[in-house]
Design a protein around this ligand. Structure first.
Ligand SMILES: Cc1cc2nc3c(=O)[nH]c(=O)nc-3n(C[C@H](O)[C@H](O)[C@H](O)COP(=O)(O)OP(=O)(O)OC[C@H]3O[C@@H](n4cnc5c(N)ncnc54)[C@H](O)[C@@H]3O)c2cc1C
Length: 376
C-alpha cells in the first residue's frame, strides 16, 4: 500500500456529461463531509478496516467507491469498496451507495449505533406533509420577494438555516395522512413541482415563517407559482432540515451567499451569540438590491455585485471572499475559521476549491452548498 494525497473533490471515473460528473463529485463530497460516520461504517464493515478512525471519499468508478483511510501521520491510504453491481449514472451510484450502507449494517447488526444517513432516512419517513397556506407577500428588493407562510405549527424548529421543501398547489395525493417526504420520489416533478427554500424567520407561536424567494422569470415552476399565490393559497411543506453546523473550535465565521441564500445567512446571523465574530460577503445583481440584513456588533457586512451580469455567471463572490480574507483582520485566524454559505452550484464549487487550495482550510471548516444550477 502506498500513501496518497486527498484530492480537493472526489474523482469521478465514470463516463458522465461534465456537469453531471461535477455535481456527483460535489454530492459525494457532501456525503463525505456531512455523513463521515456513515462512510466510516462502510469502510470498517466492507473495506476490511475495522480500526479505521477517519475516512474520506477519494473517488468513484462504476465498480465501487475509493476511500481514503487516514493514518496517524496524516497520510491517506486508498481502500476499494465494490458496489454489488456496476453503477453508470449518478442515480445508480447514489443507489449503490445506499446499498453499501445497508450491506454494512447487515455486517455489524445492532452492535453499532445508527449513522447519520440511516437516521435521516428514518427521519424522512416520519417527515409528513404539513398543509400550509401563503398569508402575505412583500417585495424586499427588485427580484427578491418575501413570502409569508401560515399553518406551520407542526413543523419542528431546528434553528440556523432551517430549510423546507415547498410545493404550491399540492395535489390531493400528497395531502393524505401519512404521506412523507420519502414518498415524493414517486410523484412526478412535472405534475407537482417543488423546491427547497430556507425559512428566513420563524414565529412559532403564530405558526408562521417568512421565505426570501428569488424571482427568476417564468421558467421557475415553483418560484413563479409562489410569487403569484394569493393569500390563502395552499402550499405543502416538508421539513425542516439544517446544514449550518460550525465545528468545535470555531472562533470566526465567514458567511457567503448569492441572493438565494440571503435568507439563510440572515437567519444564521440572527442566531449568533453576542460578541461572536463574522464577516458576511453577499452577492446581488447590483447596488440597488440590498435587502436589510440583521446588524450585530462583531458582524461585518460586505456587498459584492454582478453589475448587471446574469446570476451565477461571474466570479464576484470569489473575488469578494478573496478581498475579505486579505482585508479583514478577524479572518486571519484560519485555525478558528468556519466558512458557511450557498449559491449557484458551479460558483460554490469554484469557491470551495479556491478556499481549500489557498487557505488549506480542512473539509469540516468549509460548508458551501449549491442551492441552484445555472446549467439546467
Ligand atoms: C437547501 C436549499 C435552500 C434554498 N433556499 C432558497 C431560498 O431561501 N430562496 C431562494 O430563492 N432559493 C433557495 N434555494 C434555491 C431554490 O430551491 C432553486 O432556485 C430552485 O431551482 C427554484 O425552483 P424553481 O421551480 O423556481 O426553478 P426551477 O424549475 O428549478 O429552474 C428553472 C430555471 O431557472 C433557473 N434558476 C433556478 N433558480 C434560479 C435562481 N435563483 N436564479 C436564476 N436562475 C435560477 C434554473 O437554472 C432553470 O434554468 C434553496 C435551495 C436549497 C438546496
Amino acid at each position: 500500500m502506498t500513501a496518497t494525497t486527498a484530492p480537493v473533490l472526489p474523482v469521478v471515473e465514470v463516463d458522465l456529461p461534465p456537469e453531471e460528473a461535477a455535481e456527483l463529485a460535489e454530492g459525494l463530497d457532501h456525503v463525505g463531509d456531512e455523513h463521515a460516520d456513515t462512510v466510516l461504517l462502510v469502510a470498517r464493515a466492507l473495506g476490511d478496516q475495522p480500526d479505521a478512525r477517519s475516512v474520506e471519499i477519494l473517488g468513484v468508478s462504476a465498480d465501487g467507491l475509493r476511500l481514503g483511510v487516514s493514518a496517524a501521520d496524516g497520510s491517506v491510504w486508498p481502500v476499494q469498496v465494490p458496489f454489488a453491481s456496476p453503477a453508470r449514472t449518478s442515480l445508480e451510484i447514489y443507489g449503490a451507495l445506499m446499498g453499501l450502507v445497508a450491506a454494512a449494517r447487515g455486517v455489524v447488526g445492532d452492535s453499532e449505533p445508527l449513522t447519520s444517513i440511516e437516521a435521516e432516512f428514518l427521519e424522512d419517513q416520519g417527515m409528513t406533509t404539513v398543509a400550509a397556506t401563503v398569508s402575505a407577500r412583500r417585495l424586499l428588493a427588485p427580484g427578491l420577494l418575501e413570502v409569508t407562510l401560515a399553518g406551520l405549527a407542526p413543523v419542528p424548529l431546528h434553528g440556523g438555516d432551517e430549510y423546507v421543501v415547498l410545493m404550491p398547489d399540492p395535489p390531493d395525493e400528497v395531502l393524505r395522512p401519512g404521506f412523507s417526504v420519502s414518498d415524493l420520489a414517486g410523484v412526478p416533478l412535472e405534475t407537482a413541482p417543488r423546491a427547497t427554500y430556507t425559512l428566513r424567520a420563524r414565529r412559532p407561536a403564530a405558526g408562521e415563517a417568512d421565505v426570501w424567494l428569488v424571482l427568476h422569470g417564468d421558467e421557475g415552476a415553483v418560484s413563479s407559482r409562489l410569487a403569484a399565490a394569493e393569500p390563502g393559497a395552499p402550499v405543502a411543506v416538508w421539513g425542516t432540515r439544517r446544514s449550518y453546523d460550525p465545528p468545535e473550535g470555531t472562533r470566526t465565521q465567514l458567511l457567503v451567499c448569492d441572493e438565494t441564500a440571503l435568507g439563510a445567512v440572515a437567519a444564521v446571523v440572527d442566531g449568533l451569540a453576542d460578541g461572536e465574530r463574522a464577516v458576511v460577503v453577499a452577492e446581488t445583481g447590483g447596488a440597488g438590491i440590498r435587502p436589510a440584513l440583521p446588524e450585530r456588533p462583531g458582524v461585518e457586512l460586505r456587498w459584492v455585485h454582478r453589475s448587471g451580469a446574469a446570476p451565477g455567471t461571474t466570479s464576484a463572490l470569489l473575488d469578494g471572499v478573496r478581498a475579505a480574507l486579505a482585508e479583514c483582520p478577524v479572518l486571519a485566524d484560519l485555525d478558528g475559521l468556519f466558512v458557511f454559505g450557498a449559491g449557484e452550484a458551479a460558483r460554490m464549487r469554484e469557491l470551495r476549491t479556491a478556499l481549500r487550495r489557498e487557505t488549506g482550510l480542512a473539509r469540516d471548516r468549509v460548508r458551501l452548498t449549491g442551492y441552484w444550477n445555472a446549467a439546467r
